[in-house]
Design a protein around this ligand. Structure first.
Ligand SMILES: [Zn+2]
Length: 544
């Protein structure tokens, strides 16, 4: 007998038995795959929570109503808990480790169901034939990642591919080629274009080059997302430039991880808001995002002036020992460190060289004192031994400004973090805790404890706002027809646990995470694997 026929007979037998036991058993026939019952449902639009049940079938939300009479094959009791759309992280570096560990456990555990990668000017695909977005999306689907993954096209990556690592303007032909690649990328489903103007080679792009490259975003209403040219002494000029690029191209603008670095720049937040609100009032489609911590994370090379990094890491290392350049590099770097606060406000988050592993997690000032060496020389030696691959955290931001940025009506929540698992190969170094704590930290510290904004507002900043920003039209809201990305959490208990000293800790109070109708996290523990997939920006696809 074939398996199909055997299972058919088994099924009919069950049916007959059910009929014999009617009506109780028939009444328990499943109408839906899953019903979440009795929770306080926040639909993601900013509306207050309401007592609603929610039904899911075949990966879609099919009903949202009070006291749903239908039954699910599986039912989740959400009494006393909040039910919200799965969170969307609009600025994620999760793409760095998905191949090593596609579970992205630190992402799922925060209630994040979709990550937007390809940010800060750097993406895995370019829109060129040999590095296309369909190929990237296919590769992601084959990986079966925990969360869904959307990607922007990185303008720094494009510049590197077409022009190289050098500091010179693009020729007309190069500009045409890069614009064509952006056009391709968006047609193929990239959800925006990103720049990283403090990183090389992206920093070598002029304002006019950026305007030209952003024009294809305009008709699709996809954003230019920018890590601005400066986030400290010249942050106001950088805001001006970002707005000018969006205006010149006619496209939406997303300012990435908005901040004011260095105590002497903290007072500039008022002026930043004036510039942003004026642009908004003049109909520039402008929003921004921020992670909920007062330290940033970047490469240690970022302490050094952009001009010293022209040509890549080998040219940089050569310049640091060239008598014609070395004194100026040292002087400008020390000025940057002083702006942050000093070498003890620089923490080493990861080194490539095995012999320097003991430096990880230490403040650079303290580490140098222990070695009885000059901290600048230690920084250079670490970079030399790790060939530039050294990560740092900078404790440079204001807590008060952080709250104002998070609460601003144009602000969204992001992690800016990587993805890792505490039990896998991606547990290494001493990373910024934002990769494991950002979204629960906003819900716990900034909503429940500090009352910086309402729970409904915070959820909107984590769901419908980012979904609309990158045109993920069937995510970010709880309504029939939407993809079934859902998080069930306890507003009274949700909190981050990762710290700067002990980053490998998952948050608490996130109970259930559902991605595309699959339960990825149940009772705070890993359940189904591979629930996510590549997601394409809707308007980018339509414009094809
Ligand atoms: Zn950045």
């Amino acid at each position: 007998m074939s398996p199909t026929r055997r299972s058919f007979i088994a099924t009919s037998g069950t049916t007959l038995l059910s009929l014999a036991c009617a009506p109780a058993v028939i009444a328990r026939r499943a109408d839906h795959d899953l019903v979440i019952r009795g929770g306080t449902l926040f639909d993601g639009t900013g509306s207050d929570g309401r007592d609603m049940d929610l039904a899911i079938t075949a990966g879609r939300i099919v009903a949202v109503a009070p006291h749903l009479p239908e039954h699910g094959r599986e039912e989740i009791d959400a009494r006393g808990l909040a039910v919200a759309p799965g969170f969307i992280d609009i600025h994620s570096h999760g793409d760095g480790t998905l191949e090593e560990d596609p579970r992205a456990e630190s992402v799922i555990r925060q209630g994040i169901t979709t990550i937007v990668v390809g940010v800060d000017g750097s993406s895995r695909a370019t829109g060129a034939e040999d590095k296309s977005f369909p190929a990237l999306f296919d590769a992601l689907d084959r990986l079966h990642p925990g969360p869904n993954v959307a990607s922007m096209v990185g303008l720094g990556t494009l510049r590197g591919a077409v022009i190289g690592e050098v500091d010179r303007p693009a020729t007309a032909a190069e500009l045409a080629r890069m614009t064509e690649m952006v056009e391709h990328a968006l047609t193929e489903g990239a959800c925006g274009a990103s720049s990283g103007l403090e990183y090389t080679p992206g920093a070598f792009a002029s304002r006019d080059e950026l305007i030209a490259l952003c024009r294809p975003l305009a008709t699709r209403r996809l954003p230019y997302a920018t890590h601005m040219r400066n986030e400290d002494d010249r942050v106001l000029e950088a805001i001006d430039e970002s707005i000018a690029v969006a205006r010149g191209a006619g496209c939406p603008l997303q300012i990435s991880h908005l901040k004011t670095q260095g105590p002497r720049n903290w007072k500039k937040l008022d002026q930043i808001f004036v510039l942003i609100e004026a642009a908004h009032a003049a109909r520039t489609d402008i929003t921004f995002d921020r992670y909920p911590y007062v330290a940033y994370a970047t490469g240690l090379t970022n302490l050094f002036p952009v001009w010293s990094r022209d040509g890549g890491i080998d040219s940089f290392l050569a310049r640091t020992v060239d008598p014609a350049a070395a004194p100026r590099i040292r002087q400008e770097t020390l000025a940057k460190v002083e702006l942050i606060g000093g070498w003890d406000d620089v923490q080493l988050s990861g080194v490539h060289a095995a012999e320097d592993r003991d430096a990880e997690g230490k403040r650079l000032g303290a580490y140098a004192r222990a070695l009885a060496l000059d901290p600048y020389d230690v920084a250079l030696e670490l970079l030399r031994r790790s060939h530039g691959d050294v990560g740092m955290l900078g404790y440079a931001m204001s807590e008060e400004n952080l709250e104002r940025i998070l609460a601003h009506p144009l602000g969204m929540v992001c992690t800016d973090g990587g993805a890792f698992a505490i039990d896998g190969p991606t547990r290494r170094g001493s990373p910024h805790p934002r990769g494991a704590g950002s979204f629960p930290r906003v819900l716990g510290r900034y909503v429940r404890e500090r009352n910086v904004m309402s729970l409904a507002t915070a959820i909107r900043k984590m769901t419908s706002m980012p979904a609309a920003r990158v045109s993920l039209t069937d995510r970010g809201c709880l309504a029939p027809g939407m993809a079934a990305d859902v998080v069930v959490f306890d507003p009274a208990r949700v909190a981050d646990r990762a710290t700067f000293d002990a980053p490998f800790q998952y948050p608490v109070g996130i109970n259930i995470v559902i991605v595309n109708g699959m339960i990825a996290l149940r009772d705070g523990q890993r359940n189904a694997m591979g629930s996510g997939r590549a997601v394409r920006a809707e308007k980018g696809t339509k414009a094809a």
